[in-house]
Design a protein around this ligand. Structure first.
Ligand code: NAD
Length: 484
C-alpha cells in the first residue's frame, strides 16, 4: 500500500517541513480538509536548483548509457503499474476525478515512461553532406536543469509528459505540481528513487506558484521551463524567463471547436459530444466547448446531445459507474457559475444543467447553452468547467470562420463523411491538434500542443525529446591528405 505523500522530495530526501508553510488539501466530494503537505518557499527552491545543477554537472545521469537510463525508466513504469490502484485512488481523492479515468491516466503515465525509455537509444543527431571537405554531424545534448510546472486538472499525466522525455534525454528535473494537487507528483518522485533515478535528478517541490514561481523560473541555473497551465500564467513565465534567454515551452488554455456537418454520422457525433466537453468535469484544456452544428441537423443533433448529456452519471468519483465528478474547488465552481449567470443575462438558453445536483461536494451539472453569438464572453473565454456553448452554421466557410474566431488554438474535431472536406477543414482550423470523426486527440507517439494563445512547443512524440535538448553541429575537417 502506497503511503499518502506528506513531504517534499529534495536531493533524494523527504522534507516534512518547509518554509512556505503548508498546502491544505480539501476533498472535493466532502468539502472537508483531509490532508496537508509542506509548501516549498524560496529557500527550498534555491536548494533544489543548486542540487539539480550539481547532479547535472556531475553527469551521473546524462552520461549514464542510454540503455541503462532506459532500464531505470522501464523500472519506474513497472513500479507505477504495480501501484496503479493506489495512485489512482490518490488522484481520484485529490482531484475528484472518476476512478476509471484516474486509473487510465496513471497507466497512461506508465506508458509514457515506456515510450520515452524505448526512444532513448533511437534519438540522436545526423550526418550532413556539407559542401566543405570534411565530416559534419549534429548532436543532441541535454539542456541541464529543467523545471516542469504542471496544473491540477491532469496532475499525473502532465507530470509524466514532461518528466519522461526530460529524463530520457539526460536532464535533471525539478517538478512543481499545482498547489491543489501535489500527491501523485510526490509519489512519482518516491517511485523514481526506488527505480534508481539518482538523488537530485528528479526532485518534487510542491508549493504556491505565486510565491515560488518567479524564483524557479528566473533562477540562473535553470535552463528550461516546461509549463502547462493558464495562458495568463504562461505569458508571465515567458516574461520572467526572457532576460536569461531560457528555453520555454508553454501548453496553455483552449476553447476548442467540435464541428458537426450535416453529412456526419450524427448519432455517433451526438453520442460522443458530451464526454468531449464534460469529461474531467470540463476541466480539460482540450474540452470541445464550442459545438458548431450545421443548420439542417441542428434540431436533431441538439435533441440527441442534450439527451445524452442528461444521461451522464454525475456522482461519487470512487463509484466505477461515475462519468462526471465534482469540480476541483469551491472557487472554481463559483467562477463557472458566474459564466452561467452571464450567459442567462445575455439571452443564452440553458438547455440542460446550470444547477448544483447535490448539496455537498463541488458538483455542477453538465450545462448546454445556445442562443449566444460567437463574440459573447461565454463563447470566447475558457470557462474550464462543465459548460458547452452551441452555435449553428450555414456552410463550410462559416464553420471554419467560427472555429477560428477565438484567441486559442489547441484542439478540435470535425465530423463529416466527406473525406475531402475533412482534410480541407482540418487544415484550415487554426489548432495544434485536430481529430476527424472522433474527439480523441492525445497520442503518446504524436506531438501535442497549441497555436495562438494556446502556447508553443510540444509535449509527447519525438518533438518533446527535441525540446529537452540543444542541437549542436560539429564539423571535422578531413582533407584528401588525411585520407591518403
Ligand atoms: P495555472 O496557470 O493557475 O497553474 C499552473 C501551474 O503554474 C501550477 O503548478 C501553479 O502553481 C503554477 N504557477 C502559478 N503561478 C505561477 C508563476 N507566477 N510562476 C510559475 N508557476 C506558476 O493553471 P491551472 O489553473 O492549474 O490549470 C488550468 C489551466 O491549465 C487551464 O487554462 C488549462 O487549459 C490549462 N491546461 C493546458 C493543457 C495543455 O496541454 N495545453 C493541459 C492541461 C491544462
Amino acid at each position: 500500500m502506497l503511503d499518502v505523500p506528506n513531504a517534499l522530495l529534495i536531493d533524494g530526501c523527504w522534507r516534512k517541513e518547509a518554509t512556505g508553510g503548508t498546502l491544505a488539501l480539501v476533498d472535493p466530494v466532502t468539502e472537508q480538509r483531509w490532508h496537508q503537505v509542506p509548501a516549498a518557499g524560496p529557500q527550498e527552491i534555491e536548494e533544489a536548483v543548486s542540487v539539480a545543477a550539481r547532479a547535472f554537472r556531475k553527469a551521473d545521469w546524462a552520461m549514464v548509457s542510454p540503455r541503462d537510463r532506459a532500464t531505470v525508466m522501464y523500472r519506474l513504469a513497472a513500479l507505477i503499474r504495480e501501484n496503479a490502484e493506489d495512485l489512482a485512488g490518490l488522484e481520484s481523492h485529490n482531484v475528484g476525478k472518476p476512478i476509471g479515468d484516474a486509473r487510465d491516466e496513471i497507466l497512461g503515465g506508465a506508458s509514457c515512461l515506456e515510450y520515452y525509455a524505448g526512444g532513448i537509444s533511437r534519438f540522436g543527431g545526423e550526418t550532413l553532406p556539407v559542401a566543405a571537405q570534411g565530416f559534419d554531424y549534429t548532436l543532441r545534448v541535454p539542456i541541464g536543469v529543467v523545471v516542469a510546472i504542471v496544473p491540477w486538472n491532469f496532475p499525473f499525466p502532465m507530470a509524466c509528459w514532461k518528466v519522461a522525455p526530460a529524463l530520457a534525454t539526460g536532464n535533471a528535473v525539478i517538478l512543481k505540481p499545482a498547489s491543489l494537487t501535489p500527491l501523485t507528483a510526490l509519489a512519482l518522485g518516491g517511485l523514481a528513487m526506488e527505480a534508481g533515478v539518482p538523488a537530485g535528478v528528479l526532485q518534487v517541490v510542491a508549493g504556491r506558484g505565486s510565491e515560488i514561481g518567479d524564483t524557479l523560473v528566473a533562477h540562473p541555473l535553470v535552463g528550461k521551463i516546461a509549463f502547462t497551465g493558464e495562458t495568463a500564467t504562461g505569458a508571465h513565465i515567458l516574461q520572467v524567463a526572457a532576460p536569461d534567454i531560457k528555453r520555454v515551452s508553454l501548453e496553455l488554455g483552449g476553447k476548442s471547436p467540435n464541428i458537426i456537418f450535416a453529412d456526419a454520422d450524427v448519432e455517433a457525433a451526438a453520442a460522443a459530444a458530451p464526454m468531449a466537453v464534460f469529461g474531467n468535469t470540463g476541466q480539460d484544456c482540450c474540452a470541445r466547448s464550442r459545438v458548431l452544428v450545421e443548420e439542417p441537423i441542428y434540431d436533431s443533433f441538439m435533441e440527441a446531445f442534450v439527451e445524452a448529456t442528461r444521461g451522464l452519471v454525475v456522482g461519487d468519483p470512487l463509484d466505477e459507474s461515475t462519468q462526471v465528478g465534482p469540480m476541483i474547488s469551491a472557487g472554481q465552481r463559483e467562477r463557472v457559475e458566474q459564466y452561467i449567470a452571464l450567459a442567462r443575462d445575455e439571452g443564452g438558453r440553458l438547455l440542460c444543467g446550470g444547477e448544483r445536483p447535490f448539496e455537498t461536494g463541488y458538483y455542477l451539472a453538465p450545462t448546454i447553452i445556445d442562443g449566444l453569438p460567437s463574440s459573447s464572453r461565454v463563447c470566447q473565454e475558457e470557462i474550464f468547467g462543465p459548460v458547452a456553448c452551441v452555435i449553428p452554421f450555414h456552410d463550410e466557410a462559416e464553420a471554419v470562420a467560427l472555429a477560428n474566431d477565438t484567441e486559442y488554438g489547441l484542439s478540435g474535431s470535425v465530423w463529416t463523411r466527406d473525406l475531402t472536406r475533412a482534410l480541407r477543414v482540418a487544415r484550415a482550423v487554426e489548432s495544434g491538434v485536430l481529430s476527424v470523426n472522433t474527439n480523441s486527440s492525445v497520442h503518446l507517439e504524436a506531438p501535442f500542443g497549441g497555436l495562438k494563445h494556446s502556447g508553443f512547443g510540444r509535449d509527447l512524440g519525438r518533438e518533446a525529446m527535441c525540446l529537452y535538448t540543444e542541437l549542436k553541429n560539429i564539423f571535422v575537417s578531413v582533407t584528401d591528405e588525411d585520407l591518403t
